[in-house]
Write a protein that binds this ligand. Structure first.
Ligand code: SAM
Length: 443
C-alpha cells in the first residue's frame, strides 16, 4: 500500500524479505551488485585458509562446521569447499543460511537452511549480511528534535515521532549527533546527545542530520555468535565507527549494478553501512580489522610477479598477474580493502602473534596494539548522501576509476584507514584475536 507510512526497519524488512521481496527473486543479489565473493575466487580461498586455522585452534575436530550466513546463491560456501584439501573438506559440515530458496545445482553436501545451526563448532562467516539487516533511520527536524523517519512504498519520506527508548539509548552511545547550536554559536547546554542523560531527555541535534539506529544489527550479531559452541564468527561489511559516522547516514538502494534511491517496493536492494564497533562491543574479545589487513595476513597479496618471470615462465607470469590484479581489487584503498572484518572468538585459544612464516598468518594489525586505540580518518569529502541519486559520477558499481565497484563503494565514508585495525570498543580485556598456525598443516 503506497499510502502506508512505516519506519524504515519495517518497510525494508518487507521490501527485502516479504513475500515478493527483493532477496526472494530468482535472479539473486549477484544480478544487482558484486561482493568480494564475486570479485575473485581468492576471497573464498582466503576464507578456506581461515577455516583451517580455526580447525587447528579447535584441535582438528571430527566435525568442523562452516556456516555461510546470508549465503546469497551459495557462492562462498562452494568456493570454500573447492579450496579445501580433500581430507579437511571430508570433515566439514557446510551450511548456507539464506532466506532465498536453495539454488539448483548447489553442492549436495551443503545444508541449505533459513536459520543458523546451533551448538556447532567451527567458523561462521557473514559476508555483507549485517548491512541487509533492516534498521530505522532518524533525522533531526528544524527545531533539532531527533525523529524517526517514515517512508511509503513509493519512497516518499516524512518525519514521525521523536525517538525514544532503546533506539535513543543506542544513538546516545553509538551515534552521538552534534548538538544544536545556540545563537552565539555554542552548543546548547544540557542537550548533548550523549550517554548518561536521563531517559526522558529529548534527543536533539543540529537540524537536518541523519543517523541509522544499529541496535537490530548488534542483536543479530549477538544471536549469530551465540550459535557457536566453540570457534570463530566473522562479519565482513562496509562499516563506520563512532569517531567517523557519516553526518547524513548511508541508507541507499542498489538495482542492476547502479546505486539508486532506496525505494522500499521490493524492486531493489536496500542497505546501510554497519556500525561494526557497536556489534563488536557485544563480545569483549572481538577485534576489528580492515579487509586489507585481514586478507594480506591470510596470504592475499596484490604484488606483481617479478618481471623476469615473463621470460622464464610466460604462462605462469600471466596467471600471477591476473591473480595480483584480483588481490589488488580485494584489498584496494577506497574499495573493498576498506571493508571491516569483525572477528569474534568463542571459547577458543587464539593468541596474538607477530605473524606466520611467509606472511600467511593472521598478523597482529600494526595499528591496533593490544586492541586499544582507534585511529580513524575522518573523510570530510564524503557527503553521506542518503538518497543515492545514481547521477553522480562514481556512484554506480561499474564506475571505471574505482577498483571496488561493488555495493557500498559508491559514497562510502572511507573510514577504515590503510592497514589499521578498528577498535572493537571492547575495553582493556580485549584479547587480540589471532589464530597462529602453520599454513602448510596437513591432515
Ligand atoms: C548482500 S547479500 C550477500 C550474499 C553473499 N554473502 C555474498 O557475499 O555475495 C545478503 C544476503 O543475506 C541474506 N539474508 C539477510 N538476512 C538474512 C537472515 N536473517 N537469514 C537468512 N538470510 C539472510 C539475504 O537474503 C541476501 O541473500
Amino acid at each position: 500500500m503506497t499510502s502506508e507510512w512505516q519506519g524504515w526497519r519495517e518497510a525494508a524488512g518487507e521490501a527485502l524479505y516479504g513475500a515478493s521481496g527483493f532477496y526472494l527473486a530468482p535472479d539473486g543479489p549477484g544480478a544487482h551488485f558484486r561482493t568480494s565473493v564475486h570479485a575473485s575466487p581468492l576471497f573464498a580461498a582466503a576464507v578456506a585458509r581461515l577455516l583451517r586455522r580455526v580447525d587447528a585452534a579447535l584441535g582438528h575436530p571430527d566435525e568442523l562446521t562452516f556456516v555461510d550466513l546470508g549465503a546469497g546463491h551459495g557462492e562462498l560456501v562452494t568456493g570454500v569447499l573447492d579450496a579445501l584439501p580433500a581430507p579437511v573438506a571430508a570433515r566439514v559440515l557446510p551450511y548456507a543460511v539464506e532466506h532465498a530458496p536453495r539454488p539448483a545445482g548447489l553442492d549436495p553436501r551443503v545444508t541449505w537452511t533459513g536459520a543458523p545451526p546451533t551448538g556447532v563448532t567451527g567458523l561462521l562467516f557473514a559476508n555483507e549480511w549485517l548491512d541487509n539487516i533492516p534498521l530505522d533511520v532518524v533525522e533531526s527536524d528544524e527545531e533539532g528534535v531527533v525523529r524517526t523517519v517514515l517512508v511509503r512504498r513509493d519512497g516518499e519520506q516524512r518525519l514521525g515521532a521523536p525517538v525514544g527508548g532503546t533506539d535513543a539509548e543506542w544513538l546516545r552511545r553509538w551515534w552521538p549527533l552534534p548538538p544544536p547550536l545556540s545563537l552565539d554559536g555554542t552548543a546548547e547546554p544540557g542537550l548533548r546527545a550523549e550517554p548518561g542523560l536521563p531517559a526522558e531527555t529529548e534527543l536533539r541535534a543540529e537540524p537536518g542530520l541523519r543517523a541509522e539506529t544499529g541496535l537490530p544489527r548488534d542483536e543479530a550479531w549477538e544471536a549469530a555468535v551465540g550459535t557457536l559452541t566453540r570457534g570463530l564468527a566473522v562479519a565482513v561489511d562496509y562499516a563506520h565507527t563512532r569517531e567517523a559516522r557519516p553526518p547524513h547516514a548511508t541508507l541507499t538502494g542498489y538495482l542492476a549494478g547502479r546505486q539508486v534511491p532506496p525505494v522500499p517496493d521490493g524492486s531493489r536492494d536496500i542497505t546501510a553501512h554497519v556500525a561494526l564497533d557497536a556489534c563488536a562491543a557485544r563480545h569483549p574479545a572481538s577485534r576489528l580489522l580492515s579487509q586489507r589487513a585481514a586478507l594480506r595476513a591470510l596470504g592475499v597479496d596484490g604484488g606483481r610477479p617479478p618481471l623476469t618471470m615473463a621470460s622464464t615462465d610466460p604462462a605462469g607470469y600471466v596467471r600471477r598477474l591476473a591473480s595480483a590484479g584480483e588481490a589488488a581489487e580485494l584489498t584496494a584503498t577506497g574499495g573493498l580493502g576498506d571493508f571491516g572484518w569483525l572477528l569474534t572468538p568463542v571459547g577458543v585459544e587464539l593468541h596474538e602473534g607477530t605473524g606466520l612464516p611467509g606472511g600467511t598468518g593472521l598478523h597482529q594489525d600494526p595499528g591496533m596494539p593490544g586492541g586499544g586505540s582507534t585511529e580513524q580518518r575522518r573523510d570530510t569529502e564524503v557527503s553521506g548522501d542518503t538518497g543515492g541519486d545514481g547521477e553522480r559520477p562514481g556512484d554506480t558499481k561499474g564506475s571505471g576509476d574505482r577498483p571496488g565497484d561493488t555495493k557500498g563503494s559508491g559514497d562510502r565514508p572511507r573510514d577504515m584507514d590503510g592497514d589499521r585495525a578498528l577498535s572493537g570498543g571492547t575495553g582493556p580485556s580485549s584479547a587480540p584475536l589471532l589464530v597462529d598456525v602453520a599454513d602448510d598443516e596437513e591432515e
